[in-house]
Design a protein around this ligand. Structure first.
Ligand SMILES: NC(=O)c1ccc[n+]([C@@H]2O[C@H](COP(=O)([O-])OP(=O)(O)OC[C@H]3O[C@@H](n4cnc5c(N)ncnc54)[C@H](O)[C@@H]3O)[C@@H](O)[C@H]2O)c1
Length: 337
């Protein structure tokens, strides 16, 4: 297949690209490098050649021309803005970059008969669920613009597939993605990241002097929010499984998580344990838009697709994130010499 990966220079996109490079598919990566890394792209090019296009998805004319020229068979769509708190302050950025650009991308697919679409959605589409564990049929009621921008994109995909059934989509609702690649030197490079395990790893590696816990008065076992943390290589392999699934099945939506959760305090303690570093922790106010507990029921993806998670182990996830930070520090020091 000829596959376009949008946002393939970003955190999850680059890990998924790494796995697609093990296949025979012809690969194209489109990224504006706003958050993605050209270093990751250059490193991955050493494994096998692929096409990299530096382009913004809001360049509708450019996207249309690319689709006309390349005649893709599938799109794996990661490119998006991803920060919940930022989406509360600047919602239109999220509706434009996530919903409008995705709509245009779907439009190009419909026009050029690209009939396989894998979409990065999120557990944020569930909002503040009534049950601790959410399945794909749970109520979708996002509580922030990020989640709404993704849910709208999901609805647009569903409508597009209804109108043109040969256009098939696979929606993957990720839970909290963390860690770094287990068999290649890539990880999350963006240094203003807000994801808990990344920030904790930066503290352990000495890049930040403290970590904030945003609220310790939630109705959970230790008062801090509980999330389903999943290793980035397991999220990535779900995209290959999703694409394979679409070849013999109808459009579908899958949760991608492990089905159990850890609190913020438990994650911080695990990071301290695997790194051996006792970094400073400070309790701060709750952030608006943070639900107290979000855990996936991931039975559907396990039953219906070939997806088999390999790294369901918080210690291993934290260790891979910590070791990646140490590598980044080493890389920076070598460059400064
Ligand atoms: N990280 C998580 O825990 C998580 C959880 C749920 C869902 N997701 C979804 O996964 C996808 C990837 O997330 P990530 O963590 O890798 O984020 P990321 O910021 O590392 O990757 C996004 C990539 O898209 C690119 N991009 C953004 N807007 C673009 C545009 N207009 N045109 C071209 N390129 C653009 C960025 O440069 C970046 O490389 C997103 O769609 C996100 O919503 C992530």
């Amino acid at each position: 297949m000829k596959i376009l990966i949008t946002g393939g220079a970003g955190y999850i996109g680059s890990h998924t690209l790494r796995q697609f490079l093990n296949t025979k598919h012809e690969l194209f990566v489109l990224d504006n490098l706003s958050k993605g890394s050209s270093i990751a792209i250059n490193d991955l090019q050493k494994l096998r050649n692929f096409n990299f296009i530096k382009q913004d998805l809001s360049d509708f004319k450019g996207v249309k021309e690319l689709f006309k020229k390349e005649k893709f068979d599938a799109v794996v769509h990661f490119a998006a803005s991803i920060e919940v708190f930022e989406s509360m302050q600047n919602p239109l950025k999220y509706y434009m970059n996530n919903t409008i650009n995705t709509t245009n991308l779907i439009h190009s697919c419909l026009e050029e008969n690209v009939n396989n679409f894998i979409f990065s959605s999120t557990a944020a589409t569930y909002g503040e669920p009534k049950t601790e564990i959410v399945s794909e049929t749970s109520t979708l009621q996002p509580i922030n613009p990020y989640g709404r921008s993704k849910l709208m994109s999901e609805e647009i995909l569903r409508d597009a597939s209804k109108a043109k059934p040969e256009f098939k989509h696979c929606i993957l609702r990720y839970f909290n993605v963390a860690g770094a690649c287990m068999d290649f030197d890539i990880g999350q490079r963006y240094d203003k990241a807000t994801l808990l395990i990344k920030v904790a790893a930066e503290c352990a590696a000495g890049k930040r002097d403290k970590i904030f816990i945003f609220g310790d008065d939630y109705n959970t076992r230790d008062g801090t929010c509980i999330r389903d943390y999943i290793h980035v290589d397991d999220i990535s392999s779900a995209h290959l499984a999703g694409l394979e699934y679409l070849q013999n099945n109808e459009s579908s939506v899958f949760n991608v998580g492990y089905g159990h959760g850890f609190s913020v305090k438990e994650v911080i303690e695990t990071m301290k344990m695997v790194s051996g570093v006792d970094f400073k922790v400070e309790i701060s106010q709750r952030r608006p838009g943070d639900p107290s507990i979000l855990i996936s029921n991931a039975n559907k993806i396990k039953e219906k697709t070939s997806w088999k998670p390999k790294f369901d182990d918080l210690k291993l996830i934290c260790k891979s994130a910590y070791e990646w930070e140490l590598k980044l520090i080493k890389e920076k020091n070598v460059k400064n010499v």
